[in-house]
Design a binder for this molecule. Structure first.
Ligand SMILES: [Zn+2]
Length: 411
């Protein structure tokens, strides 16, 4: 059933939104090849059976841990020997609680968790930025009930560049690459010719620009995808979304995403080297059309425009090239001065509404923000503010943009 859905997604007849919202039964481990199962929740949990027990690749999010455990146990009862984290994002590292408890109850060994060494540093950073992450993620996913976790299942074993794990008759070749994160692991299982990409492949344009999160690494990401493509795997199982079966499809998908990232890096660096400002670069660089049209490169989660900013941050400084933005005035003071020039805050708000009608959403956002900064207690302006950002959130094509605009509308 999962592979039939995968076929439809490959042809663009089904999409991630459907996969994540009930198109497939929830809480099921789908066996997609002999001894290989996928539990498709928000992030995939992948289980491989060996004659010495099960190996998990990723473990899921806190809210799905029990359900995923039940799904896996309905499939196989073998002990879980190892769990590999593709990286330390919380939708990948929170499924082990029930397996640890099960081992404790049975007097067995808990699963050994293997991850890249930077996962530990990530968990330590998460403790330092707990409240920021709470707010940023609630906003990103437009979910006020979102709770950032306090305790983490740390890896038992870490590695730096590559690691070879032998379990029963299978070999798990772990490779580190920076990409979406600085702590990523992708895995190749040569005996089965299976590739586990983690979030280096997510059935969306790469999460490589995320406005509220730390640095990402597009060029290294592309290099990792090309290294994976060289392996000529016959089955790819991604961190999010459906598996891809068939050597040609696997190679095409990997090289397409690599080319997409390489193009954005190349275009951005060329403009940076030419002395362009960030704003000019944002309005010039475009994702190649033939790639943006691929069903696995839809910008429904992150956006190429945000990747450009991330490339600027990685290779340049935080300053955007505009001398006025080096030392900005207080935003409420600037807003008051501009409102005075415009005839008052209501004129700014009125012009913002008109910009919205004239299909100038970016102008509408700037002007209504100024209006509210100039008159934060004015009820008409607050209404206009909510209207502008609610409208922008409805027309947003990516989750990240939608979340930020919705937070503004509801603020
Ligand atoms: Zn993920």
């Amino acid at each position: 059933m999962l592979m039939q859905y995968a076929e439809r997604m490959w042809h663009g007849e089904a999409q991630m939104e459907g996969l994540l919202n009930g198109d497939l039964p929830e809480g099921v481990a789908f066996e997609i090849a002999s001894g290989v199962a996928v539990v498709p929740t928000f992030a995939n949990v992948i289980v491989m059976r060996t004659n010495e027990g099960l190996v998990l690749f990723d473990t899921g999010a806190p809210n799905t841990a029990r359900r995923n455990h039940r799904a896996i146990r309905a499939w196989r009862a073998d002990p879980v020997r190892y769990a590999i984290y593709s990286h330390g994002h919380i939708d990948h590292v929170f499924g082990l609680g029930p397996f640890d408890q099960e081992a404790d109850r049975n007097g067995g060994e808990r699963p050994v968790v293997i991850a890249h060494e930077a996962v530990k540093a990530r968990f330590e950073r998460y403790a330092l930025t707990k409240d920021y992450n709470q707010v940023a993620n609630a906003r990103q996913f437009a979910n006020p009930r979102f709770r950032w976790p306090e305790t983490f299942r740390y890896p038992d074993l870490t590695y730096r560049d590559d690691y070879r794990l032998r379990v029963g008759e299978l070999t798990f070749e772990l490779h580190h690459a920076r990409g979406e994160t600085d702590d990523h692991t992708w895995v190749y299982v040569p005996e089965r010719n299976i590739l586990l990409t983690g979030d280096l492949f997510i059935w969306n344009s790469p999460n490589c620009g995320n406005p509220q999160k730390v640095q990402r690494y597009p060029a290294e990401w592309a290099t990792a995808l090309r290294a994976m493509a060289e392996l000529d795997a016959s089955l790819l199982i991604p961190g999010h979304g459906v598996p891809i079966a068939g050597n040609d499809r696997v190679r095409t998908a990997l090289t397409d995403v690599a080319e997409y990232l390489e193009s954005l890096v190349f275009q951005t660096l060329e403009l940076m080297n030419g002395g362009a400002r960030l704003a000019e670069i944002i309005h010039t660089v475009r994702a190649p059309e033939h790639l943006a049209a691929k069903p696995y490169l839809r910008a429904a989660y992150d956006e190429p425009e945000f990747i450009v900013r991330n490339i600027w941050r990685l290779y340049g400084g935080w300053w955007d090239g505009d001398p006025a933005s080096l030392k900005p005035p207080r935003s409420d003071r600037l807003a008051s001065v501009l409102a005075e020039l415009a005839g008052g805050p209501h004129d700014l708000a009125h012009r913002a509404r008109r910009a919205l009608e004239d299909s100038e959403p970016r102008i509408a956002a700037c002007l209504i923000e100024l209006a509210l900064q100039a008159a934060p207690e004015d009820d008409d302006i607050k209404d206009a503010y909510r209207h502008v950002f609610a409208t922008l959130s409805k027309s947003a094509t990516s989750l990240m943009t939608r979340g930020i605009y919705l937070a503004a509308a509801n603020g």
